[in-house]
Write a protein that binds this ligand. Structure first.
Ligand SMILES: [Zn+2]
Length: 295
């Protein structure tokens, strides 16, 4: 873990530090220990909100190796009764992908003029099995950069290292739901920049969510109530002033402003950005996105 004292995105001063706690599942999976206190920091300049201290690369590997696999699901379920096999499977179900693809297809139609062009090589950066870009835009070849070793879907070739990625020049790079997970967003944005040429379009999106607020507090209260009934020891391990600011997979909460700032400070020029609501999503999930080119 690395403690920071300035904004991770823009180096602005921090304000409103709130107490939080590491989710019991995370504490066990990464450090084999009980939950401990962390802080939720907010940048007074760009509005970026993040958990502090930060995960280091080797800690991310411990968390995400075998991600959503059998052992992962079993261990997580032992701390989180709602994380059943069926729920785990639903996260990568056909329906879930359908909604995301529909939303992105109409966004891309508006933003990328793809009625008038076909892309050459395109890359999904951190795109798991490549399902998202399998038929997203007209393209000659489709690749996914993914180090987990997961098998890719038909028509998408896996690239297992940045070196392998550098053997290609991409017309489009997509990072979808990656940058909210990472300890060092600039490091990841710089990796994407290193794979981009002057004409490469880079599309990024993350969930638009609030670390604190009524909705997230209600969700935590419901989870604590369920835990108290089914996993009393786990519930007990979380009790304390930070119990409603739980650090789990998402360690970064971007505003449109801080998300654009991230790209601008990593060598990009943002050419378009916005917020969209997931089509067909029952909970009205929203996403922040931007489209960028090398500056
Ligand atoms: Zn900032």
């Amino acid at each position: 873990l690395i403690e920071v004292d300035r904004c991770l995105i823009c180096e602005g001063p921090l304000r409103n530090e709130r107490l939080g706690t590491v989710a019991p599942f995370l504490a066990q999976r990464i450090w084999q220990r009980k939950p401990f206190s962390v802080r939720l920091a907010e940048c007074s300049d760009c509005g970026f909100i993040f958990f502090n201290p930060r995960l280091e690369a080797f800690e991310e590997v411990r968390l995400y190796s075998g991600y959503r696999g059998v052992e992962y699901q079993r261990m997580r379920h032992s701390f989180e009764p709602w994380y059943t096999e069926a729920f785990n499977a639903s996260l990568s179900s056909k329906e879930a992908w359908l909604h995301r693809k529909q939303s992105l297809t109409s966004l891309f139609r508006d933003q990328l003029n793809f009625g008038f062009r076909t892309f050459g090589d395109i890359l999904d950066f951190g795109g798991d099995n490549g399902d998202l870009i399998a038929d997203l835009v007209p393209a000659t070849r489709r690749f996914v950069y993914e180090i987990s070793g997961v098998e890719t879907v038909a028509g998408v070739e896996p690239l297992r290292s940045l070196e392998k990625c550098r053997e290609h020049s991409f017309d489009l790079i997509v990072s979808s739901n990656v940058l909210e997970h990472v300890g060092s967003p600039h490091e990841v944005a710089r990796q994407i920049a290193s794979l981009s040429g002057s004409e490469t379009l880079v599309f990024n999106e993350v969930p638009y969510e609030f670390a604190t607020g009524v909705q997230s507090t209600l969700k935590r209260i419901a989870q604590m109530a369920l835990l108290a009934g089914t996993r009393p020891a786990v519930a007990g391990s979380m009790l304390g002033p930070g119990m409603f600011n739980v650090m789990h997979e998402h360690v970064n909460y971007y505003s449109p402003r801080s998300f654009n700032r991230l790209m601008e400070r990593s060598g990009f020029k943002v050419v378009a950005s916005g917020i969209y609501t997931l089509k067909g999503g029952l909970l009205g999930e929203r996403f922040v996105w931007n489209l960028a080119k090398r500056a």
